[in-house]
Each structure stands twice: as C-alpha cells, then as structure tokens.
Design a protein around this ligand. Structure first.
Ligand code: PHE
Length: 377
C-alpha cells in the first residue's frame, strides 16, 4: 500500500527490511524510541519507576520457597522482534487472531512490532535468567478512541522455581502481585482475581482493582506452560515459573485521572509540567479545543478490514483524530454494502481551522480510493 513507506527505526535492527507483508506506516515507526516510560516526570515513567523500585529493593516479597530474590530489569529491548519470539515460542497458534496482519504490525514475513512484552520471556529464560522484569512499548493495530492507541506500554515479569508444584507457585505469584499493586497505589484497595486464559500459561488469572466504584482489569498472569519452558530449554519436570504482564496506560489513566490516551504523547507543557517524580497526582484538564466531525461513506469489498481504515486515518491525521466510529451501514438492491464512518477531529493543544480539516478530509477520501481501493459514495 502506498502509505506504508520506508522504516526509519532509530538504530534498532537496521538490517530488517520490509517486504510485501509490511503494514506499518511511518507514523507508527516514528514512535519507536520515544521511551515515554523512561521519563521520570511522566505518568508512565512514574508508574514504571515505582514498579522497578518494588522489584529492586527489600519490598519485594521474599520467596518462601526455592527461588531467586533479586530481579534483573530489562528496559531497552528492541520492539522489533521475531514472529517466533512474539507468538510461536509462547504456543500461540498460527490461526490465533493476534497473528493476523489485521491486528499486528508486520515489518516483513518474519518480523513484527511486539504485541506484548511476554515476547522476551523465552529468550531471557534461555539466557539463564531466573527472575526478571521487562518494560517497554508494545504495538497493536486497533480502533481509534479515547482508550486505544496503537502504541502502549507493558511491564512483564517472570520468576523461576526449582522443584515446586504449580499451585504453590501460582499462590506466590498472586501474593507478590497484590503486594506490588499496594505498593504502587500506596493505599488499601479492594482487589479480586478472575479466571483467565492465555495460550502460554496454565493456570491463568487476571487481577482487577476497585477504583472509583468500578472494577478495572489491570494485569494478566499465570504459571508458564510446560511447552514454553521446553522452548526455553528448561526441564518442566524440575522447574516451574510464574509470569505476569501489566499494562501501564490503563492504570495511569485511572490513577492520574487522565481522560484521553493521546495525552500521554502530548508535548504541551500544560500537560508535562503537572507531574512530579514518585508522585501520583490528579491531572487538571486545561481548556479542551472544539471538536469537528466529518463523515466518510463508501462501498466495502471482501478485502475490507476496519483496522485498515483506522490505520489510514492515523497515517494521515495522526493524533488530531479523536475517534472513528461506524455510524451506519446499508445494502443496495444490487447487494453492495455501504458503510458510513464518522471521524472526530480535535487537536489536543490548539484550535483547528476549517482549511486544515478540509485538507485532512480530502486526503482521507483520496486514501480510501487509492490505498484501500474502495468506491466512495
Ligand atoms: N501478555 C499478556 C497480554 O498482553 C499478559 C500476560 C503476561 C499474561 C504473562 C500471562 C502471563 O495480555
């Protein structure tokens, strides 16, 4: 597709060349290396630091059983990874929806932008690590609204145990994560465990916290399956390991009261100046600029994937798009299906002029025809 141009990836894996599988625009690759989670005064950096502190100092619950107490931190692993590391080593089947280019950014047939930090677990275990945390940016093709952004951040952790049964390890995992959350939030908070499914863990669970009277899911975890340990050249008869993955954005939006996920990427001082190292404070919203919407109607074909439209719009309008929503759909007498999407534009830091909106509208219409090969109505 035309709008998928060359990848300039700031020093990461320069030798990786895109091929016809590539579905990554430069709007996305430009975000590689932004490292929001390393900025000490940024909400994502504040959370990330508080998690690091928990795992690095004496507050980490000591294992009651046979395991390492000191965690290693990996926070600079390249987000461009092998399909094998991201999915296959973790027993994700080829048919799983996350393996589809509809949902994942492929750079070429064998390389993707990692969709989760769990990607690195098998490799790090293979290297002999027994207790570690990895922090970084992850990428998913998704719809556009206040809580979804194609790049977000996760913290994953793993701890390996010798000669223990899965139940004991699972219980230690849950205890450790409850302590972690208490140490981040620094107040007593209600939590509950929900059964879950992940291809790479069994048993698996999700942790929810009660915040402002709402249950919020914040992490997934479990005991790594035997097949995953085998892929790391570890004998599952003698070893057991827990793993967890926690998303930073959702927790930060709740704790810091941040209403729109795009704000994390804002360079506006009115946003950035509000936060201080090691402190969780409530965001005070500054004036919101007016929103403006445009509708786009076209006939779809069998190849049409809604995420391709979201991607096209992001590649043209970037963070100016606040939301893209299917408004209505109908079938013509001849059986052609028409869809109408409403696109809301709102700049985070200034008012948009009619002229700016018209140019965006024109480019999006052009992209629908030339890149998505669809007929406008
Ligand atoms: N990788 C999972 C996700 O992105 C989270 C997870 C990590 C679950 C480790 C279990 C173990 O949702």
């Amino acid at each position: 597709m035309l709008f998928f141009r060359r990848i300039a990836n700031k020093g990461f894996c320069n030798t990786i060349q895109r091929d016809e599988f590539c579905n990554v625009s430069t709007k996305i690759t430009d975000m590689i290396g932004m490292n929001l989670y390393k900025q000490p005064n940024h909400p994502l950096g504040i959370l990330s630091n508080s998690i690091k502190t928990f795992f690095l100092n004496d507050s980490t619950p000591k294992s009651q059983i046979n395991a390492k107490d000191t965690f290693k931190i990996y926070d600079s692993l390249s987000p461009i990874v092998d399909v094998k590391d991201c999915f296959k080593d973790l027993l994700v089947e080829d048919s799983h929806e996350t393996m589809s280019p509809k949902n994942t950014y492929f750079i070429n047939k064998n390389h993707v932008l990692r969709t989760h930090m769990t990607t690195h677990d098998v490799d790090l275990l293979k290297k002999g690590e027994e207790a570690f945390i990895s922090i970084g940016d992850v990428y998913r093709r998704d719809s556009i609204d206040a809580t979804h952004y194609p790049v977000f951040h996760q913290v994953d952790g793993v701890r390996l145990y010798k000669n223990q049964n899965k139940e004991v390890v699972f219980n230690e995992l849950k205890f450790c994560l409850e302590q972690l959350i208490k140490s981040i939030i620094k107040q007593d908070i209600q939590m509950r465990w929900i059964d879950a499914y992940f291809p790479f863990t069994d048993p698996s669970a999700e942790l929810e916290i009660l915040y402002d009277n709402k249950w919020l899911e914040i992490l997934g975890c479990g005991v790594l399956r035997d097949g995953v340990l085998k892929n790391a050249n570890i004998n599952p008869e003698l070893n057991t390991a827990w793993a967890f993955g926690l998303g930073l954005e959702r927790l930060a939006m709740t704790l810091f009261n941040i209403p729109d996920i795009r704000l994390f990427w804002s360079k506006d001082k009115r946003f950035l100046k509000q936060f201080k190292q090691n402190e969780i404070t409530k965001f005070k919203s500054y004036s919101k600029f007016p929103t403006c919407f445009k509708d786009f109607s076209f006939y779809i074909n069998n190849d049409f994937q809604e995420n391709d439209l979201h991607e096209l719009i992001r590649s043209i309008a970037g963070d100016i798009v606040e939301e893209v929503k299917l408004k209505d759909t109908f079938k013509t007498k001849e059986g052609k299906e028409s869809q109408c999407y409403r696109v809301n534009f709102r700049h985070m830091d200034k008012s948009l002029t009619n002229e700016e909106i018209n140019i965006l509208q024109f480019k999006i219409r052009e992209g629908i025809v030339n890149d998505l090969k669809l007929e406008l109505r």
